[in-house]
Design a protein around this ligand. Structure first.
Ligand code: 13P
Ligand code: SF4
Length: 306
């Protein structure tokens, strides 16, 4: 079996041959973050998929992310190295149920978190990510908003805007299992640390945190913050990047259970295999792609603040 060095060499050669780039989410395994051409949060990765001059994108993340890249860049081949890497929260939203919710609230605008399938995006007016959810909601004329699928992000948005939010009852299993007792325990152990939380966490956890950010929002904040210690209430993969970029600062997981199994499915071997055998190609039926692209394009037209 080839060792890591050999696999890295093979990946570099295949990337050249195929004119490919590797995009990776901040939650990916450290070994994937280290070989990525670009590392980012969901919003940055969508922007990159549009801007990149490449024939092939190897998307190291979960299915909805690769699918968004395929929606935005139909001229590129988008590969997801592990086809079973999916977001359980994205799979909590169903098209038929969303259609009936829309019928019950015909005057509401419909926003979906990017953590949704292309089919769901095609049913919505606009997308958002954790980095821009408040700005996107504020940008809409309607007062009533159906927000799909994260109930925690919906609650966070409702508390930070004057809109009437009708939430879907989905959630991220990884973030939703973080409890106030975990935050309290981490604070007791590290009383000098600032607590940074992702808005997919429960309200009670957000209320105990010092600041709330998307993953790249945390990266940017920590870069310029005067604090030296941080408790990180999000998926544990982010700590690899934080430690690497800030070797003199200290980072603590909020609990030992903040790992998303889907975000850990892709390893170096899978990336080499993906590039060698051009798998798994992610495609979206054209009628759905066009409608989903409208929702993503409207979001991308709103400038990032954090
Ligand atoms: P970001 O919006 O920070 O990328 O995180 C969302 C997430 O959970 C990706 O699965
Ligand atoms: Fe989905 Fe949560 Fe995993 Fe992100 S961390 S892919 S939101 S289950």
């Amino acid at each position: 079996m080839p060792d890591t060095m050999e696999l890295k060499k093979k990946i570099a050669e295949l990337k050249k041959e195929r004119n490919a780039v590797i995009l990776a989410h901040n939650y990916e395994r450290g070994e994937i973050q280290d070989i990525a051409d670009f590392l980012g949060d969901s919003l940055e990765l969508s922007q990159k998929a549009v801007e990149l001059d490449a024939d092939v994108i190897v998307f190291c993340g979960v299915h909805f992310m690769a699918e968004s890249a395929a929606v935005l860049s139909p001229d590129k081949i988008v590969l997801l190295p592990e086809i079973d890497a999916r977001c359980p929260m994205a799979d909590m939203a169903r098209v038929d149920s969303l259609r009936s919710l829309k019928q019950q609230h015909p005057d509401a605008a419909v926003i979906c978190y990017v953590n949704t399938t292309a089919e769901i995006k095609a049913e919505c007016d606009i997308c958002c990510t954790s980095a821009n959810a408040i700005e996107v909601v504020k940008s809409l004329e309607q007062r009533k908003i159906i927000f799909v699928p994260d109930k925690n992000l919906a609650d966070y948005v409702a508390r930070n805007t004057d809109k009437q939010i009708i939430p879907w009852v989905g959630y991220c299993p990884t973030h939703n299992q973080i409890l106030p007792i975990d935050v309290q325990r981490a604070k007791n152990l590290h009383p000098m640390a600032e607590v940074l939380a992702h808005p997919e966490c429960r309200r009670e956890v957000l209320d105990m945190s010092d600041r709330i950010f998307s993953t790249t929002g945390m990266v940017n904040y920590i870069r310029t913050s005067g604090s030296n210690e941080f408790i990180i209430a999000t998926e544990s993969g982010l700590l690899h990047r934080l430690k690497k970029e800030n070797p003199h600062k200290k980072f603590y997981e909020v609990s030992p259970y903040t790992m998303c199994p889907d975000m850990k499915m892709i390893d170096i071997k899978a990336v080499a295999d993906s590039l060698e055998n051009m798998k798994y190609v992610i495609t979206v039926p054209e009628d759905i792609r066009i409608k989903a692209k409208q929702s993503l394009d409207r979001m991308l037209a709103i400038k990032r603040k954090r």
